[in-house]
Design a protein around this ligand. Structure first.
Ligand code: ATP
Ligand code: MG
Length: 542
């Protein structure tokens, strides 16, 4: 891992205290699946623990039965395992429910927490704003005994949801709004907790549960994202007032944001609800399951996380950064092949009908040990539509009428005639080939661009799924209605051709189609119904 500001703090802490045991944690709330932002957090917490001989816990922050579900626990564990990481311990905040309760009573006894009967709306109203001080709740000065009595009644289920809550008694005029008597416990009766069932009807808030969980697990460095900066004051206040000895400390880094995409469980849920993506593992999403389906490797994701580093500066990472890592990982492992994803037919008219020329080509341009493959040139071939333009243009990179191109590993051809149907659609392009142009030494070759092709008779139909950005704008600000910026063309399905013997060239479901990109064989593919998903396009392929 690249050295970052958190490591500098840790090094200093180790220097000042030789006995310190470094312990971090990754605390997902099981209310959704993991995305690449979580991978960054996992990577940081995990790498720090590893590097400094410490431990890293996976802790499910399962204190809100309204949104949490067991299925997310299973999927989070699966994704982490797939990323290749093994946590020292798996913990659940719900295991600490008794302890949270005990600490709440301690705060009440110290006169630092009270039961409030204001409703949610009024709590908000009394809280004030950045420019306006808050007002005390009329219930703020309840006696300690009364508060204990009421809180115990809350626990016993004697009150309705929303009728009361437990609040810390700090200051309604604090500059930090979170410190204006934050809610510590609320009543939730309508939802069953996936683990503790209906045992509890009062649940601690994130702020109350998080710092105490960190303390219970002896976390030394509690690393989270910058939006928790203000919460840190409360984090420290709670730990100070429940009189714990060794306090964990919180450090914040900036969250990962990637151009033209969103990383937020709430927003991903919105995309699914609006049928913009199919589900959490849609290959266009930057969820771990989406990236896996798309064909990303764990290694490429971890390298990306390492490469972007850990800072406090807000930044927007280009998607090409992530793409470069998968290209790098696949480059040396994957065979090349020719495929045509958007075909147009070429008839090489000066070749006989039954012409068949076997050409032996390398599977990989640089790695010899990956072997060779045979391709066959025949009279009828396909090339990409975009490699052709009708009107002649001098120095065109495309094949055009009376212009030439070189077929990769084969001859130079010149387009002589275009055959169209009655709707003016091109049916075939008649081309002439030049016999002496097979040899690499031929001088004419240099002047020609090289295009890929596939012989009609040696090909089978294939679908190609090409993924584009989900959003049309780079930066999706919090205020913006994300649905308005959705790219309606983020999935393009092409119907083209691959070589008949493509299955023998695929390595672990991967192949690079030359001049196009890296592709991943769709799991549902059969020999008769082949689909390839584009993992990442090559640089020059637009
Ligand atoms: P989301 O905003 O996607 O709902 P969250 O922060 O609510 O995410 P949690 O399950 O609470 O999700 O997050 C677990 C950990 O992952 C937290 O420590 C959080 O700071 C971190 N995390 C979440 N999103 C990112 C991100 N984009 N970049 C880095 N870390 C992240
Ligand atoms: Mg959260």
């Amino acid at each position: 891992m690249k050295e970052n500001f958190i490591e500098k703090i840790i090094k200093k802490d180790i220097k000042n205290n030789k006995d310190i045991k470094i312990k971090t944690r990754f605390p997902p709330e099981p209310n959704g699946h993991l995305h690449i932002g979580h991978a960054k957090s996992i990577f940081i917490n995990f790498s720090i623990a590893k590097k400094y001989n410490g431990k890293c816990n996976l802790r499910f922050d399962d204190t809100n039965p309204r949104k949490e579900n067991k299925k997310y626990i299973t999927s989070i564990k699966k994704d982490i395992k797939w990323l290749g990481l093994k946590f020292n311990n798996i913990k659940y905040s719900s295991k600490y429910f008794n302890k949270f309760y005990k600490y709440a009573i301690i705060l009440i006894k110290k006169g630092l927490a009270y039961v409030d009967n204001l409703n949610k709306k009024d709590i908000k109203k009394y809280r004030g704003t950045l420019n306006k001080k808050g007002e005390n709740s009329p219930y703020r000065n309840r006696k300690i005994m009364e508060n204990i009595f009421l809180f115990k009644k809350m626990k016993k289920g004697k009150f309705n949801e929303g009728s009361c809550c437990l609040r810390a008694k700090i200051s309604m005029s604090s500059k930090i709004i979170i410190m204006r008597d934050p809610v510590l416990y609320r009543i939730i009766k309508k939802y069953k907790h996936y683990k503790t069932k209906y045992k509890w009807c009062i649940y601690p808030t994130y702020d109350f549960a998080h710092c105490i969980s960190d303390y219970i697990e002896k976390i030394s460095h509690s690393i989270c994202t910058l939006e928790f900066l203000d919460n840190k004051t409360l984090y420290n206040w709670i730990l100070k007032n429940i009189d714990v000895k060794k306090k964990p400390r919180q450090y914040e880094f900036s969250r990962l944001n990637i151009e033209n995409s969103i990383l937020s469980k709430r927003k991903i849920k919105l995309l699914i609800k609006n049928k913009i993506v199919k589900n959490w593992s849609d290959p266009r999403l930057l969820t771990i399951s989406g990236l896996r389906k798309r064909g990303y490797t764990p290694k490429s994701i971890m390298k990306f996380c390492n490469n972007i580093g850990v800072t406090k500066k807000e930044s927007l990472i280009q998607i090409s950064n992530l793409e470069n890592h998968i290209k790098k990982d696949l480059d040396k492992k994957v065979n090349r092949a020719m495929a045509v994803i958007n075909p147009i037919k070429i008839i090489i008219y000066n070749l006989p009908d039954n012409y068949k020329k076997k050409i032996i080509i390398p599977n990989h341009p640089k790695i010899k040990k990956l072997g060779t493959q045979n391709i066959i040139l025949r009279r009828e071939i396909y090339i990409e539509k975009k490699d052709f333009q009708e009107n002649y243009k001098k120095k065109s990179k495309k094949l055009c009428l009376n212009g030439t191109v070189k077929l990769r590993y084969s001859y130079i051809i010149k387009a002589k005639k275009i055959k169209k149907n009655k709707f003016n659609k091109i049916k075939a392009i008649y081309c002439k080939y030049y016999k002496e142009t097979l040899s690499k030494k031929n001088k004419k070759i240099k002047k020609n661009s090289i295009i890929h092709w596939i012989s009609k008779k040696d090909s089978i139909n294939s679908k190609f799924k090409i993924y584009k950005n989900l959003f049309n704008i780079k930066k999706l600000d919090k205020q913006k209605k994300i649905i308005n910026y959705v790219n309606s063309n983020s999935l393009i399905i092409r119907e083209g051709f691959v070589q008949k013997d493509i299955f023998s060239k695929i390595i672990k479901n991967y192949i690079q189609f030359e001049r196009i990109g890296y592709f991943f064989l769709d799991k549902k593919s059969t020999k008769k119904n082949v689909t390839f998903n584009c993992v990442v396009k090559l640089k020059n392929h637009k």
